[in-house]
Design a protein around this ligand. Structure first.
Ligand code: XIL
Length: 483
């Protein structure tokens, strides 16, 4: 396979980020070179290789890559001869030593064949001139090849090296299966949290659906109602789960003693007092069992990424800073998150990123970002991956570590298509596993199909989960469990 040329994605070779128009081409085993001159924005130009003639369907594309300096890059696998669509995006880092990367095209490509592979070196983290070296572009049939991912290889090493036989360990539960990746969380409300005795063992994290919110705990100023949350958390902690605190400051359902306050200083005081007291209560009552808090929820609106007016209209971004600082004062160890939805929408995500950048710049204590993950079978896993990569890039660029939590995962599936649900859950968790260095917790917003907030909106049952209403595993469960 050879790299035949390079193209700027705006159709000209002159898009600021410039790649040498002629590449040194290669045949298998030989080295191709992509030179780049980085001086502007984004992943804007690529080198591509024509790989038509490859086998149809689910394959691994393997390629060895290195660069003159470590560089982030995106790899895109394209199928179809005309009206091409990108099937797989991956954000990778190319190091200075050759390393083999494998990209699975996935089931979505069954019956189609890959036509091109594109490599976009990124401007990020560097400027000037460099070369990416490419060799050994090959493909392998997914079903005929056994691959070890990086994690299992390094596990193996810890046990004394490659030749040691793998000792099979019986793994029954999701959170065990994901032990080397991230926590697996469930969410339930006061009316149903006791209903999952048969499924709870899959999870090691728990979120109260509503009971830690302002509209339950803080309905009346100065009188904190912890009763429901305390019962639920006690029950879950006794069953070995850690707790995601959700959520301190949310415009939706906020009580009038907060929303009616028109004085900035007073509002900040109220927010400070509330956040401090609530975080302190759970720290004092459950020690380190509450491992994180969504300090602020949904501050950015869906219209062009503007701030929502509630609180912001009176206090500007200071309301957010105050909430995080108060939470940190109350508990120096709990991880503090900003949580929002539609992070796969670029405009909204960029607004969130600008907000996070400002918080980080001003030294506001923030440890991570929650992507709610209210998806549908129509969701593009590629876009979800791009959102994750964007937060990873922000962390790197600001030199400020950020954990990513998927906080409220559900998949709208009103047609109740087991196969569609299986496909999308498989794709999403493949993305999550690939980013397990930054993703530390994944929670579904419910457990099994008989209870979901989606079912409350009058469109019938959304069938959004891994378990059906009788608590049986659906094919989607296997898509998440079998890897
Ligand atoms: C939802 C709950 O599931 C419902 O029971 C409640 O009536 C409304 O809130 N984003 C969030 C969650 O951050 O707190 C929301 O939970 C769903 C959307």
């Amino acid at each position: 396979v050879s790299f035949t040329g390079c193209v700027a994605d705006n159709g000209t070779a002159d898009c600021g980020f410039w790649l040498s128009p002629t590449l040194k081409t290669s045949s298998d085993g030989e080295e191709a070179q992509i030179s780049y001159l980085a001086n502007t924005d984004g992943f804007t130009a690529y080198a591509e290789s024509d790989v038509s003639g490859m086998k149809d369907g689910d394959v691994y594309l393997n390629v060895d890559l290195k660069a003159t300096a470590e560089i982030p890059a995106r790899v895109e696998i394209v199928y179809g001869q005309s009206g091409e669509s990108a099937a797989v995006f991956s954000e990778i880092r190319i190091g200075t030593e050759y390393e083999r990367y494998s990209f699975r095209t996935g089931n979505s490509l069954s019956g189609k064949s890959v036509s091109k592979v594109r490599i976009y070196p990124s401007y990020n983290a560097l400027s000037g001139y460099g070369i990416v070296f490419v060799k050994n572009l090959t493909y392998t049939d997914y079903y005929e090849t056994k691959f070890y991912d990086v994690k299992s290889v390094s596990d193996d090493d810890q046990n004394g090296g490659e030749n040691e036989p793998n000792v099979p360990v019986q793994v029954d539960y999701l959170h065990e299966k994901y032990a080397g990746y991230f926590k697996m969380g469930m969410c339930a409300g006061y009316n149903d949290y006791g209903n999952y005795g048969d499924l709870e063992a899959h999870y090691n994290s728990f979120t109260c659906e509503n009971e830690m919110k302002l509209y339950v705990i803080g309905q009346t100023e100065g009188r904190y109602d912890y009763d429901k949350a305390d019962r639920m958390i006690r029950y879950m902690v006794d069953r070995g789960k850690q707790i995601r605190g959700h959520t301190l400051i949310w415009y939706n359902g906020a009580p009038s003693w907060l929303t009616d306050c028109r004085d900035k200083t007073q509002l900040l005081n109220k927010i400070d007092t509330y956040c401090y007291n609530v975080v302190k209560h759970f720290k004092d009552t459950f020690g380190g069992s509450v491992y994180c808090w969504d300090v602020v929820n949904e501050a950015i609106s869906d219209s062009g990424g503007a701030y929502r007016d509630t609180f912001y209209g009176v206090a500007g971004i200071d309301y957010i800073k105050t909430a995080f600082r108060a939470a940190r004062r109350a508990d120096p160890n709990v991880k503090l998150f900003y949580n929002d939805y539609n992070m796969d929408d670029r405009v909204k995500r960029n607004a969130v990123i600008e907000m996070l950048r400002e918080l980080i710049r001003d030294g506001v204590p923030i440890d991570g970002v929650g992507m709610q993950g209210h998806y549908g079978t129509y969701t593009q896993a590629n876009n979800v991956e791009m959102a994750i990569a964007a937060f990873e890039n922000l962390a790197e660029e600001t030199n400020h570590p950020l954990e990513i939590h998927i906080t409220e995962l559900d998949v709208k599936n009103y047609e109740n298509s087991d196969s569609e649900l299986e496909r999308i859950y498989g794709e999403l968790f493949e993305v999550f596993r690939r980013h397990a260095d930054s993703i530390t917790s994944v929670t579904t917003w419910g457990v099994s199909d008989e209870h979901s907030w989606l079912n409350e909106v009058g469109k019938g049952n959304a069938h959004p989960f891994l378990f059906d209403e009788n608590h049986n595993k659906k094919p989607a469960f296997q898509a998440v469990f079998d890897f």
